[in-house]
Structure formats: structure tokens, C-alpha cells
Design a protein. Sequence first.
Length: 145
Amino acid sequence: MSSRPNSPSEGSANDDPTVPPAPSAAASTRDGGAPARSPIEQMQVDAVRAQIVEVLRTVHDPEIPVNIYELGLVYDVDVQPAGPVTIRMTLTSPACPVAGTLPIEVEEKVKAVDGVKTCRVDVVWDPPWTPAMMSEAAKLELGME
């Protein structure tokens, strides 16, 4: 399952990990993607993803008093039924002082979630992060609203 947790175009429903994201194109074989998942398998993937989101909310950029998920630094959480997880994330800038340690912290914390066999963290720079990617809660906490 893949979703874009903090896309600026999404409503607040995706701020709640208990709300399952819309099915991705990979959930169907009609377009050559992965085989469709059974409802139970999808529920298991959704439960693991919700736990991962909660763990991501415990990771903070030390210079900003808001977690990386609410900051919009996490672009994608891809959970596969067999246990591999890929996190696609960015940093506030390429010169971020925690560029070497923050992705490692994310990887280690996600690997500790039950049901996760492996975790790969891909740091990407496209699209570049902007404050518009922050959740409403993050903007309020930082006095930007």
C-alpha cells in the first residue's frame, strides 16, 4: 500500500492514520501492477501503516519543535504485505544538519514496528519541501496560521 501522507492537496482525513487511503494503482492487476490484495491482507497492511505513522510522529527535527510527519517531510509510506517498507522523505533543506542522522533514526524506529521486516528510507529532493506541506496542526504549533 502506498499513500502520500502529507500532500498539500489532501484534506485532513489523511492526518488520521485510522482512515485508510484511497487504493493505489498497484492494488490492481488490470494495469500491470501488483496482484490485488485480499481484504484481510489490506487490513493488515493498513494496521502496520498506522503504527508506522505513529512512530514517525515521534521523530523530530531538533531545530523545529514539530514531528517530521506533521512537518510534511514524509512524502510516502509504502508497506508491502511481506513486511518490507519504503519511506520516501525529504529534509527542510539539503544543508540540514541532521541529514546524516534523521533518515537512520526513521529507519531504525520503523524497523521496530511489528510486521515490518525491512525498511528503506529514500531521501528525495523533488518536490522540494516548503512550509505549505505542513499539516494545519504543525502550522498552528509554529504560529504560522
